[in-house]
Design a binder for this molecule. Structure first.
Ligand code: TRP
Length: 372
């Protein structure tokens, strides 16, 4: 069976480090390893509209921003199809048929939907008084549309963050249900999660559970070196670590979570000067040694943050440079999206044909109906 990847992001803002370690870095690796027959990366504008119906301009403006983030992070349009969700209307039609295979009660149990409804402040009652009152039906149903996104490409592999696990589970249920009712047609996808716990859910710079635009705690892939330094300087560490000599906590300390996600063995030699100070100096070779020293006391937050800043800026600098190049020719970026969308359209149409045939609603091609 062909090995196919489908994944994507909502274009509600630029992409940040959480996106990078949660999925983007993995996509670039998979693309370069060449073990997949096809790779589709979707800019999920239709899904973004499910909770931004009153602000389509935000979604519209961020399509190119996400495309720039993808390309500058290393996605290569000669190896992957980057496409715009709403320009592939077959996805909407599939969603409509899948809706009949899912119950309202099952959607209500989806933990990610539950949590996101809370986060967005949609209330449980809707007295018609303000437009933020209840949950938009489209938003409530987005797990079904996500199943359409995945199955339209017969994706076998979906690299995403941990928060998407309930979506994948729901997708697999829809596939099993469809195949059992209409005959073997759709492919059950597998989730591909980050292999490191810190990457599963990168906390925000404020230490809150998730890096998220609405919480204002993000480091963006397109931030300047100065912005990154300033954001790291302001990062949450251990509130009990008041004096450098005090023992510090590593668990729940966002700077260490970031180091778990980004620090590589070669960084210790390359950035050893970060740990050379006026009052004290250290020579570290592993992150475990850094953690042990922090726990024992004597290692200050400033050194630690300088080290993290050096690591992040080294990672982001080539992305910034590529972004600056790409920004000089935006029509070329739109052309990449147009080509990727064309390829996605053809693929989704072929699956939709299979689906209609399986459901026996492809009336005009049905000789048992027409008699020819
Ligand atoms: N829900 C995903 C997110 O918020 C975006 C997305 C839409 C997606 N459709 C998808 C991801 C299909 C993987 C597969 O990031």
């Amino acid at each position: 069976m062909a090995r196919i990847i489908l994944t994507g992001d909502r274009p509600t803002g630029r992409l940040h480090l959480g996106h990078y370690v949660g999925s983007l870095r993995r996509r670039v690796e998979l693309q370069n390893q060449g073990g997949f027959d096809k790779i589709f990366i979707m800019i999920a504008d239709a899904q973004a509209l499910t909770d931004n119906a009153d602000n389509p301009e935000k979604v519209r403006q961020n399509i190119i921003q996400v495309a720039l983030d993808y390309l500058s992070a290393g996605l290569d349009p000669s190896k992957v199809n980057i496409f715009i969700q709403s320009m592939v209307p077959q996805l909407t039609e599939l969603t409509f048929y899948y809706m009949n295979l899912v119950t309202v009660q099952r959607l209500q149990r989806n933990p990610t939907v539950k949590q996101e409804i809370k986060l967005r402040g949609f209330s449980e009652t809707d007295d018609g008084s303000d437009n933020k009152a209840g949950t938009p039906v489209g938003f409530f149903c987005y797990p079904i549309s996500q199943a359409a996104d995945i199955t339209a490409f017969k994706a076998t592999t979906v690299p995403v963050g941990e928060d998407q696990e309930p979506m994948l589970e729901q997708c697999r249920e829809i596939v099993r249900k469809f195949n059992s009712v209409y005959g073997e047609t759709l492919v059950e996808p597998e989730i591909l999660l980050p292999d490191n716990a810190a990457c599963m859910r990168l906390p925000g710079t404020d230490g809150k559970a998730k890096m998220s635009k609405s919480l204002g705690n993000c480091i963006y892939l397109s931030d300047s070196a100065e912005e990154v330094a300033a954001k790291v300087r302001g990062m949450f560490t251990d509130p009990g670590h008041l004096q450098v000599s005090d023992p510090g906590k590593v668990e729940g300390n966002a700077v260490f979570t970031y180091l778990d996600a980004f620090c590589l063995p070669e960084h210790f030699e390359r950035f050893s000067s970060c740990f050379v100070g006026k009052k004290s100096s250290f020579e570290f070779h592993t992150l475990d040694e850094v953690k042990a020293q922090y726990r024992a006391g004597g290692l200050g937050d400033v050194m630690l943050k300088n080290f993290l800043t050096a690591i992040l800026n080294e990672l982001l600098e080539p992305m910034r440079q590529r972004r600056a190049e790409l920004e000089k020719d935006l029509p070329a970026v739109w052309e990449i999206l147009r080509k990727g969308t064309e390829a996605a359209y053809a693929e989704a149409q072929s699956t939709l044909d299979d689906v209609r045939r399986a459901m026996r609603i492809d009336y005009f091609n049905d000789s048992t109906l027409i008699g020819k």
